[in-house]
Design a protein around this ligand. Structure first.
Ligand code: 8YV
Length: 286
């Protein structure tokens, strides 16, 4: 039904741009206005992921180009990773693993970690993914708060000030969308408020944290640690984060399970097929 033209083929033969009706992308790629304008027949951009901060949405709207994403099907996988990263950080699992492998255990005991039970956890972005994270954290007997513009009908404490919530909690979990509205909302002031026993888990977007402020806070004991699945620039190149003992790092794998990636790909394809058959996409972004 579709003819696939990949980026390299387009570079080799730019004339093919004239026939492209749809783009399939993912969060790792940007779709700027200039690219859309090189494709006069473009009618739909389908991103294989929930985030669409890399797509020039206003421009797509102006040109009447439909943008679709893959919401919900990845909520559980991302929530599982958030909880896994948090536990890995509190108990220092990467170091514990190498402690056993290298035989260091023979010479000395492994340093104590921190319990999750009894901690105060603040969620930045209590959306679909944030709620799945909370659902998984409740059995760990933590005290939940959330930060967001709107108070929701949920039993958790609401903060409309991020520094105020950071002051209140031990653990800050970022699960909000990326983009201009959330860029660098976690900065030096928020990290200072979180304090020397506080930790950050980021499964949202690297852009949500000011990475320079984060590195400074981690290096100087302003916060205790961080578990990060997303970064300002991916793949992460040379960065002091790679050399810090108090961080756990993952290569943007929130949705990266066989089950979830299959469901995402199926939904992305259903969007394309439905749009070209009926003019209506299945999950257009609002
Ligand atoms: C993936 C993501 O990185 O859904 C998102 O917004 O960041 C991830 O699921 C990716 O888009 C999968 O291809």
């Amino acid at each position: 039904m579709f003819t696939l033209i990949d980026e390299q083929a387009l570079q080799k033969d730019p004339a093919q741009a004239a026939s492209i009706g749809g783009i399939v992308t993912r969060s790792n790629y940007r779709i700027p206005a200039e690219l859309m304008d090189r494709l006069p027949q473009l009618r739909i951009i389908t991103t294989n992921g929930v985030g669409y901060d890399g797509i020039a949405l206003d421009h797509a709207r102006q040109r009447n180009i439909v943008v679709t994403n893959t919401p919900d099907v990845l909520n559980k996988a991302v929530a599982e990773l958030a909880v896994g990263l948090l536990l890995a950080l509190l108990r220092n699992l990467p170091a514990a693993d190498s402690f056993v492998r290298t035989g260091a255990w023979v010479g000395s005991p492994f340093p104590l970690g921190a319990s999750l039970a009894g901690k105060k956890v603040g969620i930045v972005g209590l959306g679909r993914i944030g709620k799945e994270i909370v659902q998984r954290l409740v059995p760990f007997e933590v005290d939940i708060s959330y930060f967001g513009r709107v108070r929701q009908a949920v039993p958790w404490r609401h903060f409309d000030s991020l520094p105020a919530m950071a002051r209140h909690v031990d653990v800050l979990i970022l699960s909000c969308p990326g983009g201009a509205a959330t860029r660098h909302i976690v900065d030096a002031a928020v990290l200072q408020a979180l304090g020397p026993d506080g930790v950050v888990v980021n499964v949202a977007r690297g852009s949500v944290i000011n990475e320079a402020d984060l590195c400074d806070a981690l290096a100087n004991g302003i916060i205790q640690g961080a578990a990060l699945d997303v970064f300002d620039s991916e793949p992460l190149g040379e960065s002091s984060l790679r050399h810090m003992p108090n961080v756990v790092l993952a290569p943007h794998i929130g949705s990266a399970t066989h089950e979830t990636r299959r469901q995402m790909a199926e939904l992305a394809i259903r969007n394309l097929v439905s749009f070209f058959r009926t003019g209506r996409a299945v999950t257009p972004v609002a």
